[in-house]
Ligand binder design. Structure first.
Ligand code: NDP
Length: 276
């Protein structure tokens, strides 16, 4: 019998830990599956994903830069993906239909609050980026009670579009990169850009952070290195990458596909120990 087929689609994708994580979850739950990483450009995304599901694929994770496209090609959309307009999980539904879901926000908050112990309530928060991942976490930060959410993005129009979609003008503000040096410091800075993944450095003034600031980079591994080094040189209280978020979002996708949520703590410790 052929093993159940799963994949993650992104560009680039070589850094992805998703195949390893899903195989470890599968071993934990006694399930046999195949999970591969597929590098696909924006122009080929739809045809490659449709081909994967037509060929028997059961489920897919979708990462940068395809989350909005994944949402667009689905036939059915969960409430979580509809609210943010992006999807990081696609599943085969009845009659060959594709269902979209987004686990980014829940996974982010579970790691941030429960594993890293960061209480965002009442915090002035700076969100770097306005792409798929930023959309995935922005509403959850507001739900969790941040005092203000300032969104800054390289293309100002995307930041304005995200702010308009959230439609909470008392709490949500937009600002330009050039203005950051005049903004003072924030309690929490969340990097949701793909700059590190693409080998670019973010121009961040040290004045954004102080001894009370917590920094969280959604990227993990080498991609998070630049932002975490900046945080360290700014003398922040706490800084971490998105490895824990990746595990939590993966566990939610796994539960959606297999009806059982695996434990994430042991794998988190093992991956952290390897990275040290
Ligand atoms: P998208 O491609 O949808 O968005 C990329 C964002 O990064 C945009 O806001 C873009 O700005 C910005 N950006 C790209 N390059 C630069 C640069 N050189 N300088 C400043 N801004 C830049 O990607 P995603 O939102 O899906 O993913 C973003 C990152 O988050 C990735 O590294 C991804 O791996 C990580 N991630 C991690 C998760 C986890 O579970 N740990 C989950 C989701 C994402 P512009 O609009 O101007 O192009």
């Amino acid at each position: 019998m052929t093993a159940l087929q799963f994949a993650v689609f992104g560009h680039p994708i070589g850094h992805s830990l998703s195949p390893r994580i899903h195989q470890a979850f599968a071993r934990q739950c006694g399930i046999e599956l195949e999970y591969r990483a597929v590098d696909v450009t924006a122009e080929n995304f739809e045809s490659v994903v449709r081909g994967f599901f037509e060929g028997g694929g059961r489920g897919a994770n979708v990462t940068s830069p395809h989350k909005a496209a994944a949402f667009g090609l689905a036939d059915e959309r969960s409430a979580a993906s509809t609210r943010v307009g992006t999807a990081n999980v696609l599943s085969r539904a009845a009659a060959g239909r594709l269902a979209a879901h987004n686990t980014d926000g829940d996974g982010f908050m579970r790691d941030l609050a429960e594993r890293q112990g960061i209480d965002v309530h009442g915090q002035d928060t700076l969100l770097l980026g306005a792409g798929g991942a930023a959309r995935g976490v922005a509403w959850h930060l507001l739900d969790a009670g941040v005092r203000t959410l300032t969104i800054v993005n390289r293309s100002p129009a995307a930041a304005a579009a995200l702010s308009d979609a959230i439609d909470e003008p008392a709490e949500v503000h937009v600002c330009c990169w050039d203005e950051l040096s005049t903004r003072g410091s924030y309690d929490l800075i969340v990097n949701a850009t793909s700059a590190g993944l693409l080998g670019a450095t973010l121009p961040l003034p040290l004045s954004l952070a102080g001894p009370g600031t917590a920094c969280y980079d959604l990227s993990y591994g080498e991609a998070a290195g630049g932002f975490l080094r900046w945080a360290s040189s700014a003398g922040v209280r706490y800084a971490c990458d998105g490895l824990g978020m990746l595990l939590e979002t993966a566990a939610d996708a796994f539960a959606l596909w297999h009806g059982r949520r695996p434990d994430t703590d042991e794998l988190y410790r093992a991956l952290r120990a390897q990275a040290a």
